[in-house]
Structures are given as C-alpha cells and as structure tokens.
Design a protein around this ligand. Structure first.
Ligand code: HEC
Length: 109
C-alpha cells in the first residue's frame, strides 16, 4: 500500500515538473491572427447582421456563400441561435434573415 502511494506521489510530482518545464521554456505561444475587415453589402439590417454574425466567426461566412433562398438563410440563422447559442433576439433574426436574402440571396448580385 505504502509503495503504491509513493509511486503515485512520484508520478504526480513528475508531471508537475514537466508542466513547469514546458511553461518556463516558453513552449506556450500566443499567435495573433491578421484582422480581416469584411464589408457587407448595404441594405436595411446590414448593421445588425454585421454586429451579430461576427461574434463568433468572420463575416466571410456570409459573403462566400452561394446565393441561398430566403428559407435557407432562415435555417442558417436559426441554427446559429439554437445549435451554437448565438445571442440574437427573435425579432432581430427575422430582420437579419430578410437582409441576408436581399443582399446574399438567390436573386441578389
Ligand atoms: C454563437 C456563435 C455564432 C454566431 C453568433 C454566429 N455563428 Fe455562424 N457559425 C458558428 C459555428 C460554430 C459555425 C460552424 C463551425 C465553423 O465552420 O466554424 C458557424 C457556421 C456558419 C456558416 C457556415 C455554414 C454552416 O451552416 O455551418 C454560416 C453561413 C454562418 N455560420 C452564418 C452565420 C450568420 C448569418 C450569423 C448571424 C445571424 C452567424 N453565423 C452567427 C457560430 C456562430
């Protein structure tokens, strides 16, 4: 029993030492990603889309999509809220969906 405890202590202190070595030798790095500014097309609802849809990812998630039907944009916005937890009020999701389908929808250019 005692032997086991000693082994356990040795293992624990060994990994603590390894952690220390890793952080003091500068193995933890921070990287700075370039900031890419993406301008959305103008139109009613643009400001809200730009504010809410850039919380988690770049706005090129919007601008690089093929022109989706309004229904599809609605499903995407709903997925951002329900699946990924986007903090967008219900009324605003409708406004953003209308904007997306007007600016980046099937019939947009
Ligand atoms: C809470 C965080 C969050 C917010 C806010 C958010 N998204 Fe997303 N979005 C994600 C995640 C997570 C993914 C999927 C993972 C990835 O590909 O990076 C994603 C992926 C996407 C995709 C790629 C296709 C897909 O369905 O996966 C599109 C398009 C998209 N988002 C549009 C939007 C739009 C439009 C808004 C604003 C209404 C928005 N996102 C707001 C988290 C978010």
């Amino acid at each position: 029993m005692i032997i086991r405890i000693i082994c356990l202590l040795l293992m624990l202190s060994g990994s603590a030492l390894a952690d220390q070595a890793a952080s003091s030798s500068g193995m933890v790095h921070a990287i700075r990603l370039p900031e890419v500014k993406i301008d959305l097309k103008s139109g009613p609802g643009k400001e809200k889309a730009a504010a809410y849809c850039a919380i988690c990812h770049s706005l090129d998630y919007i601008t690089t999509q093929p022109g989706f039907a309004k229904e599809t944009w609605g499903e995407i916005v709903a997925k951002m809220v329900k699946v990924f937890g986007a903090p967008i009020p219900q009324a605003v999701t409708q406004e953003i969906t209308a904007y997306l389908s007007a600016a980046y929808g099937k019939n947009s250019q």
